[in-house]
Design a protein around this ligand. Structure first.
Ligand SMILES: [Zn+2]
Ligand SMILES: [Zn+2]
Length: 198
């Protein structure tokens, strides 16, 4: 009987320490206000069934620098994050103030809000184009959370969604699209995500 009790206790303890939540890391590449980054973390945890950890600030990967435009190539940052982020995190969000870009159709270097690979581990988001100085703190924070949650959506396997106001709508480089989104997924996207979302 005692052995069973100990065994049960052991199982109980294991259960406490092994969270069933998805482990997501934020990798800051610049100094962000502590309270601001905590609010971002909460914004992710509100939508996803996840536990978010803010990692120590690091320098943005040097190899991503695109001198001609003074920007940083997003796909190179993603490769770096894939390779260098602790395996215990299922997903990682690179987070920067610097302008990031990628190739879009015929445009070699197109400035973006963020980039995430479908079913990948990593995504990256920049606040550079989110109008920090033009809108209220609240609005700005909402934009950042929406863009991060959108890019995370790609890493969880979602493509762009035709439903307007869905978080997975293609912003097409326009902040207005982001502002029109509810910050939540439409029912179709939610179904695809299953237990990843709350
Ligand atoms: Zn997208
Ligand atoms: Zn949708």
């Amino acid at each position: 009987m005692k052995i069973i009790n100990i065994f049960l206790f052991f199982l109980f303890t294991l259960n406490i320490f092994s969270s069933d939540k998805i482990q997501i890391a934020i990798q800051p590449y610049d100094n962000f206000d502590k309270k601001f980054i905590e609010e971002i973390k909460t914004g992710i945890e509100k939508l996803y069934n996840a536990e978010v950890t803010v990692l120590e600030k690091e320098d943005i990967p040097k190899e991503s620098y695109y001198k001609q435009r003074n920007r940083y190539r997003a796909e190179i940052i993603l490769k770096y994050l894939d390779k260098n982020t602790d395996k215990k995190y299922a997903k990682v969000v690179g987070f920067t103030k610097k302008d990031i870009s990628t190739t879009k159709d015929d445009i070699e270097d197109w400035g973006i809000f963020g980039l995430g690979t479908i079913d990948g581990k990593s995504c990256v988001v920049s606040i550079f184009r989110l109008g920090e100085k033009k809108v209220t703190k609240q609005k700005f924070k909402e934009r950042v959370i929406k863009v991060i949650n959108h890019e995370l959506g790609h890493t969880f396997g979602l493509y762009h969604c035709e439903n307007t106001t869905c978080l997975m709508e293609d912003a097409k480089g326009t902040i207005k699209t982001v502002d029109n989104e509810t910050g939540d997924f439409c029912d179709e996207c939610k179904t695809k995500l299953k237990d990843v979302v709350k």
